[in-house]
Design a protein around this ligand. Structure first.
Ligand code: PLP
Length: 386
């Protein structure tokens, strides 16, 4: 059976060029970057070249980039250190963040270390910018705003530049989770003005187990993992040299081919929307997902006009790998926080969310397979309801 992969927001296939670059390092450079002899210096040089390259691409200083193991670690380090070391006692965030942000903030709240305010979410999945503006006027507590750049479930984009400005004007720190946008947009962190951001290599056709965090100069973040003092004391542990090299190579390829990929993926997204609308009457899209400019262009969150708790299995049987946009526990589909935030129970009982996420490798044939399968599933529901 032909297999169709439409879950690129979960992870992406590593590019062969990245594998080659990493294999070359694995074969030829094995020194510990902390060793002062030539073997160590060779490894260290690769890390610093990668750091310089990534920093240049983001228009920041290499001293502002710290390598980590993943997006989860980057976000945890930033948020926890803001509270533990930078005197933050109030966090403004939302229920729509990635689990790694939600859980680290919940932990802080549980320990009574900071007051947590979760912004209202509008029906279209956007945050309430006006509420944020109002809240920021209160400067009695040192505040961290933590809002993701692109939502990983519905794709809504946050106006990061606007929020940065607002935070700067109100003496507030701003962290944005850029795991779904680094390598998908040509980001200039200096221009965006954020204090902290995060990246994960496996979302951009790089290796798993490598990522970085961006912390604006003199931010004074402190380590989550302590030990030998690697990464200028912010992240101890012998560095994942080939992972870092792979991350840098993947980032290069993503940005070098960005225009071409954006054009292809936007065409695929538009094609998916059109085909769905023709094939399934009543189909809709969650949040701002169908708007190519206001949402992540590589993601489409579909709202099927019927409830089907088993759709994940049905698609699996047809060889299609897709995420439902809902977490599964014990084999039962559980409604995600995002869906339960933007829809009421009644609406949820009449729809099925599906998150389709594309890459430069996604073809129209892949989409045709998806549409044909969804058409059959929709027909079955029509018959049941006839
Ligand atoms: N933040 C967002 C928005 C994500 O989509 C993900 C991964 O799904 C993460 C953070 C976590 O990244 P990682 O898998 O590298 O820990």
């Amino acid at each position: 059976m032909q297999r169709v992969y439409l879950d690129n927001a979960a992870t992406t296939a590593i590019r062969p060029e990245v594998v080659d670059e990493m294999a070359n390092v694995m074969k030829n450079v094995f020194g510990n970057p902390s060793s002062t002899h030539v073997f160590g210096r060779e490894a260290k040089a690769l890390i610093e070249l990668s750091r310089k390259n990534i920093a240049q691409r983001l228009n920041v200083s290499p001293a502002e980039i710290y390598f980590t193991s993943c997006g989860t670690e980057s976000n945890n380090t930033i948020i926890r250190s803001c509270v533990n070391d930078l005197d933050v006692t109030r966090i403004i965030t939302t229920d729509l963040e990635h689990k790694c942000v939600i859980e680290s903030i919940k932990d802080i709240e549980y320990r009574g270390k900071a007051e947590v305010i979760r912004l209202n979410i509008l029906k279209n999945g956007n945050i309430d910018y006006q509420q944020l503006e109002e809240l920021l006027k209160d400067q009695s507590k040192k505040t961290l705003v933590s809002l993701m750049h692109a939502n990983n479930e519905i794709g809504n984009l946050t106006d990061v530049k606007y929020i940065s400005k607002l935070c700067q004007e109100n003496n507030t720190l701003f962290h944005t989770d850029t795991v779904q946008t680094v390598g998908h947009y040509d980001l200039d962190f200096q221009d965006l003005g954020v204090d902290f951001a995060s990246c994960s290599a496996h979302k951009i056709h790089g290796p798993k187990g490598a990522g970085f965090l961006y912390a604006k100069k003199a931010s004074h973040l402190k380590a989550l993992i302590s030990g030998g003092g690697q990464e200028r004391g912010l992240r101890s542990g012998t560095e994942n040299v080939y992972g870092i090299v792979g991350l840098s190579k993947a980032f290069d390829l993503a940005l070098d081919e960005l225009d071409e990929h954006v054009q292809h993926i936007k065409e695929i997204k538009q094609y998916t929307i059109q085909q769905l609308q023709e094939a399934i009457p009543g189909v809709g899209f969650n949040g701002l997902s169908a708007d190519l400019d206001k949402s992540l262009y590589a993601l489409l969150s579909i709202k099927l006009p019927f409830h089907d708790a088993l759709i994940g299995f049905e698609l699996e049987l047809a060889g299609i790998a897709i995420s439902q946009g809902s977490a599964c526990s014990s084999g039962a589909a559980k409604v995600s926080t995002v869906m339960s935030t933007i829809y009421n129970e009644d609406e949820i009982s009449q729809m099925t969310p599906l998150r389709v996420s594309f890459s430069y490798e996604t073809s129209k044939e892949d989409i045709d397979t998806l549409i044909n399968t969804l058409k059959k599933i929709a027909a079955k529901h029509q018959l049941q309801n006839a």
